[in-house]
Ligand binder design. Structure first.
Ligand code: GLP
Length: 261
């Protein structure tokens, strides 16, 4: 895994936006995997600024969401589709029909996940998947004990995750749905490049477990250790409990591409 430690969330935004800009300018049909939550927001702010400045376009891109709540209206402010429209897509030139999210259609049953996986495959697979990390180690909404080979499916949230996310429901934990539909860990691992973003001291402990602990379904984000191209981008507080902190900094400075090797 590549671990990139930067000074601030704004630097995280710039770094990850650089990678996305490279993808957008080098591919005729780039496919992005988008994440919700506060961690990717500096990236989205930077992408919007670059789009407004005319340096990047999403006209030929496709985008897939990681997950969605079940039981709240599609357009409601708490839905992840609404979140991503509000924070990113309505400010850029991604065509409306190019944004897809997993949905539990009436009577779809287990087919809902299968249909979403088919849509991702038909788009050619995801080139670059953004991820945050929950304080319990979840990615998407794959809670601890999720199979590392899981595919898109309905999951039940843990109490800790519902409490963390109550801030998006006016602090009312009872208003947070108990069920979600999420890309599985196996689905996420199919993306060609994974970028996990974590900022702030509250993520330091789980980041160290995910990056330096054993690969285990009890820390779903540890599955990134199995991926051939996974990048973890952190600010200093989120990186503060990493045993190899200084080595990661040095490795980044001495990256072969940076020094012309
Ligand atoms: C939610 C989302 C995750 C996200 C996590 C962390 O549970 N389903 O995709 O990574 O929150 O959110 P934040 O970045 O706000 O800490």
């Amino acid at each position: 895994m590549e671990v990139v430690i930067l000074d601030s969330p704004a630097d995280v935004g710039t770094h990850v936006a650089n990678t996305i800009e490279t993808l957008l300018t080098s591919s005729d049909a780039p496919v992005l995997g988008l994440a919700t939550g506060s961690s990717p927001l500096p990236v989205y702010h930077e992408l919007i600024a670059r789009h407004r400045a005319g340096s990047i376009s999403f006209e030929h891109a496709r985008a897939f969401l990681l997950d969605e709540y079940i039981g709240i209206e599609e357009g409601s402010p708490q839905s992840y589709r609404h979140f991503i429209e509000h924070e990113l897509t309505k400010h850029i030139d991604l065509p409306a029909e190019a944004l897809a999210g997993p949905r539990l259609l009436p009577d779809a049953g287990t087919r809902a996940g299968y249909d979403y996986e088919r849509r991702i495959r038909e788009a050619g697979g995801i080139d670059l998947q953004l991820l945050g990390i929950g304080t319990d180690g979840h990615i998407g909404f794959n809670e601890p004990s999720s199979s590392l080979a899981s595919r898109t499916r309905v999951k039940t949230l843990m109490g800790a995750t519902r409490r963390d996310n109550a801030r998006f429901f006016a602090g009312d934990v009872d208003a947070v749905p108990k069920h979600v539909i999420t890309q599985g860990i196996g689905t996420i691992l199919d993306a060609r490049h994974l970028i996990l973003i974590a900022t702030g001291a509250a993520k330091a402990e789980i980041v160290s477990l995910a990056v330096e602990g054993p690969v285990t379904s009890m820390v779903p984000a540890s599955a990134l250790q199995l991926h051939p191209h996974a990048t973890v981008v952190l600010d200093e507080p989120a990186a503060s409990q990493l045993a190899l902190h200084d080595y990661y900094r040095e490795m980044f400075e001495l990256k072969p591409e940076r020094i012309g090797l």
